[in-house]
Design a protein around this ligand. Structure first.
Ligand code: UN1
Length: 510
């Protein structure tokens, strides 16, 4: 499908409006933001950014809508989400293609991202008939005690360029079935994918007479995120992105005693044991390191390899890296697409210079590609360096396909190395030895939010809670009981006796 056909299918025009309260668009009055594809450097479309006034209008409408939306029975809200899932199935092809073109990930991964959206819709529909609270036994006679979960209000969603659409859906679909309204600020690097999602969902909102304001969108830069973080009308801000951004959002939200849900940087390692199936380990490591051109927060950045298989595994890696095809991500032959923009290319070059300065040994050389097919200036070669784990550059998350490898002797040392970084998102061990696997998963093992055995660090399924510890921010999105982050807990005690006994046996009479 040609890109202009893709854009017209998704309702993208030359200059898009930039703010929406749901089914309705507002012509935003801020500066124009142009989105260029890292694939070929061409302009995709432009979009107006919001002014403070536009922002306030969208938030106010979200507040108004909340008063009504929270009264809808949860399964009825779930039915709307079910239809969103159907609409996403219908638009999977063009939306996946647009994500691939605007962000630069491979077409397969673009489709995969839309599939994650469909999966969260299915998950949320089931959840809409659950959202369970507990009942407890009261210490007082003829008393009943239980807890229930109520919606919070307006949920602000700040998402990153690397998953331009899926992360919005993880947050909003759970927030919706929980009875919240949402306002989404997509990354300013991928605004057109955000506009496309809004167009898709608008059809469903209209068909179901969903109150205007339930699902808002604002296009803007850092300042817009700051408005949201400081806005006490937004009880929860869910932010995905760099640790630096997350610290700013977390501090601003905490200063007003709001809630934040943070999913920030990772520095994910795979431990390759001498008992690993090396072919599985190789495939996992390569997809983990070069998939999405190293721009997932779950990207494999470090390999900690047992000394007895180190040389052998290194050879396999080098041979496999030679096979990688770097090029247009919409071409199914390509394994690695471009980085998001030239700033990312500069960060890649800087990291390589730093690792070399620290004494890193080049195993597979990097480089910026030029010439035919690489005109956007965003294509780089996946690189591998032999390093020491404690070097500052290795401790740092660089959003690029740079893989650091290092050697270990004892598994406990490998685990210590894997944990010895500021971030704590994802981790994995490759081993067929159950003692090693269980040690890695034990309380003395990986300190990450995700720990896998014989699976790489990326590619988590929707059903599990997603997020991590330390500088990753501590938040959990998507599966398991992550929905609780989008609700407030209320403990209810009901007295159906004709007495008023006090808890803890306290006597008080007047
Ligand atoms: C991210 O990079 O922000 O587990 C999310 C994965 C994907 C999600 C990544 N399902 O790699």
């Amino acid at each position: 499908m040609k890109m202009n056909k893709v854009l017209s299918k998704l309702g993208i025009v030359q200059v898009n409006e930039g703010a929406a309260t749901g089914a309705k668009w507002i012509k935003a009055k801020g500066e124009k933001l142009e989105s260029y594809s890292p694939v070929d450097g061409k302009l995709i479309a432009a979009v107006n950014t919001v002014t403070r006034e536009n922002y306030d209008e969208v938030i106010a409408q979200a507040q108004t809508a909340f008063a009504e939306w929270r009264m809808w029975p949860a399964p009825k809200r779930g039915e709307v989400v079910r239809q969103v899932g159907e609409a996403l199935r219908k638009y999977k092809e063009p939306l996946g293609r647009l994500v691939s073109y605007e962000m630069g990930k491979s077409l397969q991964e673009g489709y995969g991202e839309v599939q994650e959206m469909i999966d969260i819709c299915d998950f949320a529909v089931g959840l809409s008939r659950q959202l369970y609270g507990l009942t407890m036994h009261s210490e007082r006679p003829q008393h009943r005690m239980y807890e229930q979960w109520h919606p919070l209000g307006v949920v602000g969603i700040i998402s990153a360029f690397n998953f331009p659409v899926a992360v919005w859906s993880w947050n909003s679909m759970l927030a919706f079935v929980c009875g919240n309204t949402c306002v989404w600020k997509p990354s300013e690097k991928t605004p057109i994918s955000g506009i496309a999602c809004q167009n898709i969902i608008a059809e469903v909102l209209k068909a179901n007479n969903v109150p205007e304001g339930v699902c808002g969108l604002i296009i803007g830069g850092r300042e817009t995120g700051e408005w949201m973080s400081n806005d006490s009308r937004v009880p929860l801000v869910s932010a995905t992105g760099s640790t630096r951004m997350g610290k700013a959002v977390g501090a601003a939200v905490a200063a007003r005693l709001g809630r934040s849900l943070l999913e920030l940087g990772g520095n994910n390692a795979i431990i390759v044991s001498e008992s690993a199936d090396l072919n599985i380990a190789l495939r996992a490591a390569i997809f983990g390191a070069v998939g999405t051109a190293g721009q997932r927060c779950t990207t494999t950045r470090r390999l900690i390899i047992h000394e007895n298989v180190y040389e052998q595994f290194k050879k396999k890696l080098v041979a496999a890296y030679k096979q990688l095809v770097i090029g247009d991500p919409l071409d199914e032959q390509s394994h690695v697409g471009p980085l998001i923009d030239q700033d990312a290319v500069a960060a890649y070059a800087h990291a390589i210079a730093e690792v070399k300065k620290a004494g890193g040994k080049t195993i597979v050389a990097g480089g910026i590609l030029t010439g035919e097919g690489y005109e956007s200036g965003c294509y780089v070669k996946p690189a591998i360096f032999e390093v020491q784990n404690e070097w500052p550059i290795v401790q740092h998350e660089t959003f690029a396909p740079i893989l650091y490898i290092t050697k270990y002797t004892a598994l406990t040392d490998a685990i210590a190395m894997q944990n010895n970084v500021p971030q704590g998102l994802s981790s994995a061990i490759m081993t067929l030895n159950m003692r090693e696997a269980e040690l890695f998963l034990s309380a003395t093992g990986s300190d990450c939010g995700i720990a896998n055995v014989n699976i790489g660090t990326s590619g988590a399924e929707i059903g599990g809670a997603f997020g991590g510890e330390k500088e990753t921010g501590g938040g959990r999105e998507r599966g398991s009981d992550s929905w609780k982050a989008y609700r407030r807990r209320q403990t209810n005690t009901i007295n159906y006796s004709d007495q008023l006994p006090l808890a803890q046996g306290i006597k008080f009479s007047v």
